[in-house]
Design a protein around this ligand. Structure first.
Ligand SMILES: Cc1cc2nc3c(=O)[nH]c(=O)nc-3n(C[C@H](O)[C@H](O)[C@H](O)COP(=O)(O)OP(=O)(O)OC[C@H]3O[C@@H](n4cnc5c(N)ncnc54)[C@H](O)[C@@H]3O)c2cc1C
Length: 395
């Protein structure tokens, strides 16, 4: 049997036959007939130049195959074949690893109940460009401690330089990291997911890099590996992952963001993207941010500088010296009136991210706030979720 390869394919059901991908391909690996646009596996070098220009995302499809689909086969397709189970060299299978990552994401999104949906106006995400058999090798550009030296948690801001690689991401997506070495059973470590904390065009506009917000877990394999990385160290990344926990590309959308700890990562990305694209829009963003103390709250300093008209930030500190304990649900109840007026609006989106343990309290707070203004929270939540306006990512 041939060694499995990752084959780049175009989804004929989504493709609008605009042929921008053909123009973007520098080596002529993409061609078409009257029916389909297709990629020649014997030529394609996975440079990804074709991904960005595609208006629909049809170009962004991949299958691990032991022998590639021929051009003749692809030209006949009405839809894409399913991923078949393929054995790969590490003894696992490409499909089962993708399944493992999908399972991590599904578990993280469970709190939304039912089938999570992307906001109607969200950009089309690229997903699964790199997997364990084809990770992207990149370098660390910086690793900064975000929490105070004497804080009880070590949270890091890790910047990864994507150099000249094409690795398009959207705010709300995650990447996977595989820590080097083997686990106790002699197998490679499973990938861990980390939310991207920078906006789509990088830490500064037009810089091809991305950042992560990593909390060091005692005895944790991957978080310790990442927190200890130094500038210029090589790191292997896979992904991007996530096609529903995305921000609406609509400057008029109201975003209610609720997080604890490193759950702030995607909201840093959301806020920066809004600041870049529509800095003039006011009173649309609310952030409820829970942490033990201000010294253990990632991005505390920068957040305090964001003007209140641009984003109202409510810090909820449960162990701050000389202050009463406050959890995110209490912060929400303190803002009951503002939240009650936002909940029924069709442009309101709710995002929750961070520790699983926050879900119950947040749910109860929403229920109480909705009830107080005569709204049925469970019905409203279902409507919002079905319309891609209610998102949970907890781990
Ligand atoms: C969608 C998603 C997004 C995420 N985003 C982020 C993010 O932005 N930032 C972030 O920091 N994390 C994030 N996570 C969590 C992250 O993926 C990892 O789960 C986390 O970093 C822990 O991984 P680890 O390899 O360090 O710990 P593991 O090695 O997997 O250990 C897991 C836990 O077991 C404990 N443990 C392990 N070994 C021992 C031992 N011998 N004795 C006692 N205890 C032990 C560790 O303390 C740890 O808490 C996200 C998860 C998901 C699903």
């Amino acid at each position: 049997m041939n060694a499995p390869i990752k084959q780049h394919l175009i989804d004929p059901e989504i493709c609008i036959r605009c042929h921008t991908c053909e123009d973007a391909c520098p080596i002529g690996a993409i061609s078409h007939n009257d029916d389909n646009v297709v990629v020649d596996a014997s030529m394609c070098e996975h440079c990804l130049h074709c991904i960005g220009p595609c208006p629909t995302g049809a170009i962004d499809n991949w299958r691990v195959v032991s022998s590639p689909y021929s051009l003749d086969e692809q030209l006949e397709w009405m839809d894409l074949p399913e991923q078949a189970e393929i054995a790969i060299s590490d003894g696992t299978s490409g499909a089962s690893l993708d399944d493992a990552i999908q399972q991590l994401l599904d578990t993280a999104h469970e709190g939304a109940g039912g089938q999570a949906r992307a906001p109607a106006t969200a950009s089309q995400p690229s997903i699964n460009l790199h997997n364990i058999s084809n990770p992207l090798r990149v370098r660390v550009q910086g690793n900064f401690r975000l929490t105070a030296d004497d804080a009880d948690s070590d949270v890091r801001h890790l910047v990864i330089d994507l150099a000249d690689h094409t690795f398009p991401v959207l705010e709300g997506q995650s990447i996977g990291i595989i820590a080097p070495g083997l686990d106790d059973n002699g197998k490679p470590h499973l990938p861990r997911l980390y939310s991207i904390s920078s906006p789509r065009d990088g830490e500064r506009p037009q810089t091809n890099n991305l950042s992560l917000t990593i909390k060091r877990e005692k005895h944790g394999i991957c978080s310790n590996y990442l927190c200890d990385l130094q500038r210029d160290d090589e790191v292997e990344i896979i992904g991007p992952f996530g096609s529903t926990f995305l921000m609406p590309d609509d400057p008029d959308a109201n975003l209610i963001m609720i997080c604890t700890g490193t759950g702030s990562a995607p909201f840093r990305a959301f806020t920066m993207q809004r600041q870049r694209t529509s800095p003039e829009i006011q009173n649309k963003l609310m952030l409820f941010f829970g942490a033990r103390s201000s010294s253990s709250l990632p991005y505390f300093g920068p957040l305090k500088k964001v003007p209140e008209q641009f984003m109202k930030t409510i810090f909820c500190l449960s162990r701050e010296k000389d202050l009463p304990k406050k959890y995110v649900q209490q912060g929400m109840l303190d803002e009951k009136e503002s939240l009650a007026s936002l909940l029924p609006l069709p442009k309101t989106h709710i995002y929750m991210c961070g520790l699983k343990s926050m879900e119950e309290g947040v749910e109860q707070a929403f229920e109480q706030i909705a009830n107080s203004s005569g709204l049925d929270w469970s019905k409203l939540r279902t409507t919002m979720r079905d319309e891609g306006r209610y998102h949970v990512e907890t781990y």
